[in-house]
Design a protein around this ligand. Structure first.
Ligand code: B4P
Length: 193
């Protein structure tokens, strides 16, 4: 999308295992800094609800804990970026694999300013997801285990890629919401404004 590239938006990818607290911390960041929060999961779930032709395919992939094809997710992200009118974005839960990452950079021409990585032990993430209790189709133990596997096999390589470029800000996410946010604030502080 040419107009987006010309505006040269600031993008921060927010990564971490399922239940590491990405969505929770993104809400805090939006309250304190001038970012628009785009959750890949929320955009995909909205797409399912809208009854679009891709809806059933997306629903099945989410139920299986699999990664939805890049072109689908990227299109939704681009549309949401354009509609926001903002030029600073937290992209949460994306890119989920190397192919997502390469496709996003190729299609949008955008490289992230940095990557927030919420590091959390699996047993803690599992505890949080099982008590989230919002009726999400992917928050049952079977799908959670699949999501952990996909995270380790597919998403960690993305984090390693950006780490090699010095772009990863790793955060200990196994603390209270408030404690985690204190660390996050330090990262978004004046120098990153
Ligand atoms: P994920 O990106 O895995 O994110 P999440 O499970 O919602 O966890 P998050 O890290 O945001 O944790 P949250 O703050 O909610 O999931 C997105 C889903 O979208 C995927 O599973 C999949 O279904 C779908 N999806 C996205 N992209 C996709 C793609 N490309 N292809 C296919 N599917 C895709 O916190 C979790 C719970 O912990 C909450 O109840 C919260 O209150 C609690 N919590 C948060 N921080 C806490 C803390 N510090 N201490 C205690 N509890 C805490």
């Amino acid at each position: 999308n040419g107009s987006l590239t010309e505006k040269n938006p600031t993008v921060v990818f927010v990564l971490g295992g399922p239940g590491s607290g990405k969505g929770t911390q993104c809400a805090n960041i939006v309250d304190n800094f001038q970012y628009t929060h785009l959750s890949a999961g929320d955009l995909l779930r909205a797409e399912i609800k809208s009854g679009s032709e891709n809806g059933t395919m997306i629903q099945n992939m989410i139920k299986e804990g699999k990664i939805v094809p890049s072109e689908v997710t990227i299109k939704l992200l681009q549309k949401a970026m354009k509609e926001s009118g903002n030029d600073k974005f937290l992209i949460d839960g994306f890119p989920r694999n190397e192919e997502n990452r390469a496709a996003f950079e190729k299609v949008t021409g955008i490289e992230p300013a940095f990557v927030l990585f919420f590091d959390c032990p699996e047993e803690e993430m599992e505890r949080r997801l099982l008590s989230r209790n919002q009726g999400r189709e992917d928050d049952n133990i079977e799908t959670i285990r699949k999501r952990f596997k996909v995270f380790l096999e597919s998403s960690l390589p993305v984090i390693n890629y950006y780490d090699a470029k010095g772009k990863v800000r790793k955060i200990n996410a196994a603390r209270s919401v408030e404690e985690v946010f204190e660390t996050v604030k330090g990262i978004f502080g004046p120098k990153n404004e």
